[in-house]
Design a protein around this ligand. Structure first.
Ligand code: GLU
Length: 477
């Protein structure tokens, strides 16, 4: 029906569309040929619900976003300790394709090419001669794993793969350097072949968001219910994505965006808000680091406007709806005439109470709102009870208030039971220092002045107000 979240995402995309700087990757013809203005955004929340916008079903190659996934496979199979012997976890501060290792001759981390080629090598049998059929078989396992993370069958872009292989001198240099150090237990050409193939897997932003939400959920894909990897692996991925995911701009990224992420030269960015959601963005023009220009800007907006910085909160926001019930078992209040009471008894189920709990952030407000949207046809009055809410984020407050306005517009009534004045306090606190300055929701769009009577301090008051509304609605009819 109505979705405020969709409205916010559209708004953010409209703000970022103008970012046309940067160039598409052109080291192979297939990447140079893409539409430079392509732009997609997807968000997959903790229960698997997907918000998709723009070119969200356009396929592009995953490129370096494959790196955390292959690393996840390697640590799932071999364990952290064994993989740590081979690949470090320190940010390199260097370009992704730098030919460098640490003083133990390990690639500095799995997010640069050296570390990624090594991670791919760990999936292959530890022998010096490997035939193509073996690489194909192992690649099948890689594709299965990526597909399980995305929740659908992914495919290989054969043309990109052929070009990556034909032009990959620098990666070959890295692979052979690792081999010369004795770092590879397998055939370097096979490791490189596997790496080129993994980079050439096609994805959409919906896929990236689903993969992100699988990581956010500790390895459980919320769309398929399948456990793809364990919690320990997810924690490791989030750590390296945080410190090394965005090439040489990691510090800036963590400070400004604060979402563990990985980008690829195909124009994709995968970002994760641990415990809450996954984000996929696609826009192929790249900055000097190889990150999507619009993608970076979009993530920056998502983080700022929706309060998604991972250090914004460490609060419980998933179990937001504590209970939902109607007034069937609640006696009609005594203030009405017998006739009115008779009428009110016939529509107890048109008043629904939503008790929220926890601290209300974007993710919590999103699930509460979605529930309201689903129920809207079945109710006349929604009473939102927030006595167990500690703090309301500016964005969550805006979402709650916009939902109220939408209900009003559709001839419903929304009421708030807020005994501790949480909304009032947060309005005062945030009115001027808006943490979400770019959200640009005009005050009147909120349609809600918290000093007006539909904010009640007790449930009894709210029920009486609801009854008055139902009676008025009936007499107007
Ligand atoms: N296939 C590219 C390479 O290895 C991927 C680079 C990237 O996405 O950063 O050079």
């Amino acid at each position: 029906m109505f979705s405020h979240v969709d409205g916010y995402l559209r708004h953010i995309m409209a703000d970022c569309t103008g970012k046309r700087s940067g160039n598409v990757a052109d080291y192979i013809p297939e990447l140079a040929a893409v539409d430079p203005d392509g732009y997609g955004l997807s968000l997959c929340v903790h229960d698997g619900h997907m918000y998709s916008h723009g070119d969200s079903s356009v396929e592009f190659t995953i490129q370096s976003i494959s790196k955390p996934l292959t690393y996840a496979m390697a640590i799932s199979r071999l364990g952290n300790a064994m993989v740590d012997e081979k690949i470090g976890v320190e940010p390199s501060g260097e370009a992704f394709n730098e030919i460098s290792v640490d003083d133990r001759r390990r690639p500095k981390n799995p997010m640069i090419n050296a570390g990624a080629i090594l991670a791919a090598s760990l999936l292959l049998p530890p022998v010096t001669e490997i035939d193509e059929a073996t690489v194909t078989k192992v690649f099948g396992e890689v594709l299965d794993f990526y597909s399980a993370c995305a929740g659908r069958r992914l495919t290989l872009d054969e043309a990109v793969y052929a070009s990556e292989k034909a032009t990959g001198s620098r990666n070959r240099a890295i692979g052979y350097m690792l081999d010369s150090f004795g770092a590879l237990d397998t055939n370097p050409d096979a490791a490189l072949d596997l790496y080129y193939r993994q980079c050439s897997i096609r994805v959409t932003t919906d896929d990236l968001a689903a993969i992100g939400s699988t990581i956010a959920n500790g390895g459980l894909n919320p769309r398929t219910g399948r456990m793809v990897f364990n919690q320990e692996v997810a924690q490791r991925l989030l750590s390296v994505m945080t410190t090394c995911g965005m090439y040489d701009g990691a510090g800036d990224w963590v400070t400004g965006v604060g979402l563990p992420a990985k980008s690829g030269v195909g124009g994709g960015i995968l970002a994760v808000l641990p415990g809450q959601l996954g984000i996929g963005v696609y826009s192929p023009r790249l900055d000097e680091h190889g990150n999507s220009v619009r993608g970076v800007e979009t993530c920056r907006h998502l983080s700022t406007d929706l309060g998604l910085h991972m250090f914004n909160v460490t609060r419980e926001s998933r179990v937001t709806i504590r209970s939902v019930y109607d007034l069937d078992g609640v006696e009609v209040s005594g203030d009405w005439t017998e006739l009115e009471r008779g009428f009110l008894r016939t529509c107890r189920d048109r008043v629904r109470v939503y008790e929220l709990q926890g601290d209300l952030t974007f993710a919590g407000a999103e699930s509460a709102l979605r529930r309201l949207e689903t129920d809207m046809d079945d109710l006349s009055v929604a009473i939102v009870e927030i006595s167990r809410i500690g703090v309301i984020d500016p964005v969550a407050r805006t979402m709650l208030l916009s939902a109220k306005r939408t209900l009003d517009e559709r001839g419903r009534k929304a009421m708030l039971v807020d005994p501790d004045n949480v909304v009032r306090t947060s309005v005062k606190r945030h009115r001027n220092d808006a943490i979400a300055p770019n959200l640009n929701v005009p005050e009147d769009l909120l349609g809600f002045d918290p000093t007006l009577p539909h904010v009640h301090s007790t449930m009894d008051e709210a029920i009486e107000d609801a009854e008055a509304f139902l009676l008025k609605q009936q007499s107007d009819a």
